[in-house]
Design a binder for this molecule. Structure first.
Ligand code: ADP
Length: 162
């Protein structure tokens, strides 16, 4: 029984994240998407909004679950008895950041293995922060996020501007 965790902010979840979730769900018996709730960070969407959106997108993937975690990912892995972390990589910049992160996790627990999954080419420009910026200027984000996320972004920025 191979279980893996895919942690991130998912603020909001993009087609790029979803692509990694779908592909990873085929590689492991169980995949837990871990939505970070870091008190030092400001998010556009609350943790429950982020979780609900992901849950709606992955309704057809029975081996994927979504949880919120507000502490060290290593502690989550220990609690759940998971040894594998999945991370997505869009390019060299992501890789050097992800590599350092994986070294930090290894320093905390040698047994943790990070699996780097390269993005599929059509998603490599997708970044939650750029999509939020685009949405805030009413730019066209269709194709970058699932329709339910596009709708949620529209509501957020519509409300913020009114
Ligand atoms: P980001 O703001 O970079 O989207 P997250 O913390 O939500 O940040 O990302 C969680 C994980 O998903 C990270 O490993 C990140 O590299 C990966 N990821 C984000 N966008 C993509 C994408 N378009 N393709 C592949 N992986 C991605």
């Amino acid at each position: 029984m191979q279980k893996a965790a895919f942690p991130g902010s998912f603020d909001p979840c993009t087609m790029g994240h979803l692509n990694i979730i779908r592909r990873a769900s085929l590689m492991f018996d169980e995949l837990v998407v871990v939505v970070a709730e870091n008190r030092q960070k400001r998010y556009l969407f609350s943790a429950s909004e982020r979780v609900n959106m992901i849950q709606e997108m992955i309704g057809d993937l029975p081996n994927v679950t979504v949880v919120v975690w507000d502490s060290l990912i290593v502690d989550f892995l220990h609690r759940e008895g998971i040894r594998i972390l999945v991370r997505g990589v869009r390019g060299m910049e992501d890789f050097s950041y992800e590599f350092e992160l994986s070294m930090m996790n290894k320093a905390l627990d040698r047994k943790i293995e990070t699996i780097f999954m390269t993005t599929d080419p059509e998603y490599f420009v997708l970044r939650s922060s750029s999509i939020k910026e685009l949405a805030s200027f009413n730019g066209n984000i269709s194709g970058m996020v699932p329709p339910l996320v596009a709708e949620a972004l529209k509501k957020k920025y519509g409300r913020d501007l009114s």
